[in-house]
Design a protein around this ligand. Sequence first.
Ligand SMILES: Nc1ncnc2c1ncn2[C@@H]1O[C@H](COP(=O)(O)OP(=O)(O)OP(=O)(O)O)[C@@H](O)[C@H]1O
Length: 281
Amino acid sequence: MTSGVESVTVRFGDISALDDVTVEARPGTVVAVVGGDGAGKTTLLRTLVREVLPDSGVVRAPAKAGLGFLPASAGSWAGLTVTQNLDFAGGVYGLSGETLAARRADLLAGADLTSASDRLASQLSGGMRRKLGFCMAIVHTPDLVVLDEPSTGVDPVSRIDLWRMISETAAAGAAVVMSTTYLDEAERAGHLVVLDGGRVLVQGSWDEVRAGFTGAVTRAELAVRPQWSWRRGRARHEYWPGDDPPGGLERVEPDLEDIVIALSLVHRAEEVGRTDAGTAS
Ligand SMILES: Nc1ncnc2c1ncn2[C@@H]1O[C@H](COP(=O)(O)OP(=O)(O)OP(=O)(O)O)[C@@H](O)[C@H]1O
C-alpha cells in the first residue's frame, strides 16, 4: 500500500499550516520534507500519523500497528534505561520474549548503542538519544516510518549512523517520510518535498528538482538586491529569476539550499503581491 496525503489542507485558526498538499510515500523509498521555520513540515508528518485531522483532503496510512513515529521531541523516556525504553516500545506492539530480545539486540548493535544499554536515556548524548528514539519508532518493523527532524542537533558521526539506519529501513521495504533541516542530507533522499507557507513549492527526485529550477544564482561579497540574497559562508548568493544576471557576476551551480531559499523568496514575493492586490481592490 502506498501511504500519503492527497489535497490535504490543515488550518489552525487563521493560519493555513498545509494548503492543498499532495505527497506520496512509496514502500522502499525515503521522502525528505524540507522548508524554513513554520513551513508546515511537522504538521504534514503529524497529519500522516493521524495526530492532526485535516480540514479537507485524504490521508492514506497504515493502522497504528503499521506506523512508526519519531516526534520532534526526544521520543524516549528520560527516566528509563535504553533497554527499558526499547522493551516498553516493543511491548506496546506485542513483542515479547526471545523475539523482542533478538530485535532489541539487532537495533542496539545497528545504532552502536549496545554498550549504553543500561544507561538512563537522560544520560545519553543528544545524538545517542535520537538514535534510541529512532530504534523505538521502528522496533515493530512498521510499514510507514515518520521521522520529525531525526538528525537535528546530532553530531556528524551519529548523523551518518542515523542515515545508514534510515536507508536500511527503506531498503527493507518501509516507506520513510522525514523532515530535515540539513539540506545536504535531504539531497540523498529518493524524493524531496519543498514546503513554504504550507504549500508544496516543488517535489521530485533531487535530479528532477534541480532540472526544474529556472533562473540563475550568483555569488558576490555584497548583493545587488539584498532582498533577493542570502548568506553562504563568507559570500552572499543572489537569485535572478530571468536567468540573466548582470555581466561580471560569478554564477554558481545552485545546490538544494540555494534552490529552497530562492523558491521560498519567489513564493513570499508572490504572496505579498497577492495581498497587495487584494488590499488595492
Ligand atoms: N497546534 C498548533 N496550533 C496553532 N498553530 C500551529 C499549531 N501547529 C502548527 N501551527 C502553525 O502552523 C504553521 C506550520 O507549523 P509547523 O510546525 O508544521 O512548521 P514546521 O515547518 O515544522 O516549522 P519548524 O521547522 O519551525 O518546526 C506555523 O505557522 C505554526 O505556527
